[in-house]
Design a protein around this ligand. Structure first.
Ligand SMILES: Nc1ncnc2c1ncn2[C@@H]1O[C@H](COP(=O)(O)OP(=O)(O)O)[C@@H](O)[C@H]1O
Ligand SMILES: [Mg+2]
Length: 216
């Protein structure tokens, strides 16, 4: 589905990503581990076409990235950042946003069930998000990101700010999506409890794939 061939990325004469080959298939669950500064987030920025490789090619469903409209690509490949990025409006307005940009009707029942799944089912849609805690805002960000099912989901330490119970909820939600065929790559810590749920683990060191393992 998503394929990187000999991908490198250079900035200020420094190669941050060095000749990465990677194939992601439907339903893949891949843990990305590696030291801080090793290039994990840069790899995701390349996959989300926020930046372009200085060498090598990336294709999605057989098409080169440069031949796909970036907005189109980002509807299929969804990148969830570490921090929340909600608008200071209501929960409902935030959850409706993905349908607004697509010119479609807001699926309120999907929004409710996602809100439930992230453990915030007790809030009404008209609740404003400004006064919620950081963890609650992050969980609403996750629900918003999943209003439309992506084909590939990139999670950049997306649950690191959450407590264990809420992290478990989010993990269940996301691994359920993987069971439905969504490919998922998650930058996480190798000692996380959840590591055993993944099919593959890829270790990035100094911009390269240092080690790749099948976990099940
Ligand atoms: N736009 C940029 N300009 C200069 N250096 C960058 C840029 N983006 C990332 N880097 C550097 O590339 C390296 C990898 O960064 P990053 O992908 O964020 O690592 P990780 O997510 O594994 O912690 C770091 O040394 C970082 O400082
Ligand atoms: Mg990072």
């Amino acid at each position: 589905m998503l394929e990187m061939r000999n991908v490198s990325y250079e900035v200020d004469n420094q190669r941050i990503i060095k000749g990465i080959d990677l194939k992601v298939s439907e339903g893949d669950t891949i843990a990305i581990v590696g030291p801080s500064g090793s290039g994990k987030s840069t790899l995701f920025r390349l996959m989300n076409h926020l930046i372009s490789p200085t060498d090598g090619t990336i294709t999605f469903e057989g098409k080169r990235y440069e031949d796909i409209q970036p907005e189109q690509l980002r509807r299929s490949i969804s990148y969830l950042l570490q921090e929340s990025d909600l608008f200071d409006k209501t929960i409902g307005e935030n959850l409706a946003f993905p349908s607004v940009i697509r010119g479609e009707t807001f699926d309120k029942s999907r929004a409710s069930s996602l809100l439930d799944a992230v453990g915030l089912g007790h809030y009404e849609f008209d609740k404003r998000v400004e006064h919620l805690s950081g963890g609650e805002r992050q969980r609403i960000t996750i629900a918003r990101q999943l209003m439309y099912k992506p084909k590939v989901l990139l999670l950049d330490e997306a649950t690191s700010a959450l407590d264990t119970a809420n992290r478990d909820k989010i993990e269940r939600l996301i691994f359920d999506l993987a069971d439905e065929g969504v490919a998922m790559l998650w930058i996480t810590h190798s000692n996380d409890q959840s590591i055993r749920h993944f099919k593959r683990r890829i270790q990035i060191v100094d911009g390269q794939i240092d080690k790749e393992e099948s976990l099940r």
